[in-house]
Design a protein around this ligand. Structure first.
Ligand SMILES: C[S@@+](CC[C@H](N)C(=O)[O-])C[C@H]1O[C@@H](n2cnc3c(N)ncnc32)[C@H](O)[C@@H]1O
Length: 292
């Protein structure tokens, strides 16, 4: 008999909190809300709990040997027909290592790499950012991060002063520091991102160059480059703020927008910047340009 049982059901019209509580009450060790179709939910705000139009719950029971008993109990607690609850046996595995299997070094441009801690890059001249996927967004696997990393590899001038606005894991800041930026200032609205960025800067030996700010109004002005990989809405709102953080002729690099949002974002930046697309990946577009 399997050591783990995974029970799944569609949330449908059930109350999410009540459904989750029912799983815990029946002895679940983990409860996960997942997308039942493929509807993107982009960047919920810190503390925001946003579900998909069709949501499924998966709950895990450890050392559970009475599958049909657990299913009946859960169905009764939820008020569902037991046939609507799927049951799968999961074999014992070293779960801490499982997720690492899918993460390998990735190259961006000519010399920049993002490499999980369990791997090595042998390439001569490689500039390596060591990063494991964690709670904060940003390991280079998303096209918008990849666009910014490729831009940095091709364009960052050594000695530059850089701002990474919406730093997530700090991946762009770490890359800028490793590519020779003199100073990199980071900010994010998510406190988990600030913690991750600080830890990642330490782990990469660039804590002296990379400074993480808790508040946006304390970021220093007159930067040479400002990177912002955020969604198009906040990017548009932040245009005047970004202009105030860059020196004249300083460069802004924007990502997190899709092809159909290019016109709106370009228009929002037109007063202070000449921005134009510099790359596109899987429908995501990068814009870059100089402050007037
Ligand atoms: C798509 S992630 C990018 C993370 C990383 N810079 C990268 O390129 O992979 C966007 C980040 O911006 C942050 N963010 C969203 N809106 C923001 C805002 N108005 N001000 C600052 N950060 C924001 C989010 O918390 C998230 O960590």
């Amino acid at each position: 008999m399997a050591a783990y049982l995974e029970l799944t059901f569609d949330l449908g019209s059930l109350d999410p909190q009540a459904a989750e509580d029912a799983c815990w009450d029946c002895g679940a060790s983990a409860v996960t809300f997942v997308d039942a179709r493929d509807d993107a939910v982009l960047e919920p705000l810190p503390g925001e709990f946003r579900l998909w139009p069709r949501t499924r719950l998966k709950c895990l029971f450890v050392q559970a040997h009475d599958a049909s008993g657990i299913r009946r109990a859960l169905a009764a607690a939820l008020g569902l027909d037991p046939d609507l609850i799927g049951v799968h046996e999961l074999a014992e595995r070293v779960w801490e290592r499982e997720w690492l299997r899918d993460f390998h070094p990735l190259r961006f441009g000519r010399r920049l790499w993002v490499c999980p801690h369990h791997e090595r890059v042998a390439e001569p001249g490689a500039v390596v950012v060591a990063l494991d996927p964690g709670l904060a967004f940003g390991t280079g696997t998303h096209p918008s991060t990849a666009l910014c990393l490729t831009w940095l590899d091709a364009h960052l001038a050594p000695g530059a002063c850089v701002i990474d606005y919406g730093c997530g894991s700090g991946v762009l800041a770490l890359a800028a520091a490793k590519l020779g930026a003199a100073r990199v200032h980071c900010f994010d609205i998510d406190p988990q991102a600030l913690t991750a960025a600080r830890a990642n800067a330490g782990a990469n030996g660039v804590a002296r160059q990379v400074r993480v700010y808790d508040r946006p109004d304390t970021l220093p002005a007159a930067a040479d480059v400002l990177l912002a990989n955020i969604l198009s809405g906040p990017l548009c709102t932040l245009a005047p703020r970004f202009a105030s953080l860059l020196r004249a002729r300083g460069e802004v690099v924007l990502a997190g927008l899709m092809q159909h949002e290019v016109a709106d974002v370009t228009a929002a930046y037109a007063t202070c910047f000449d921005v134009a697309p510099f790359g596109e990946r899987d429908g995501w577009v990068g814009l870059a340009g100089r402050r007037h």
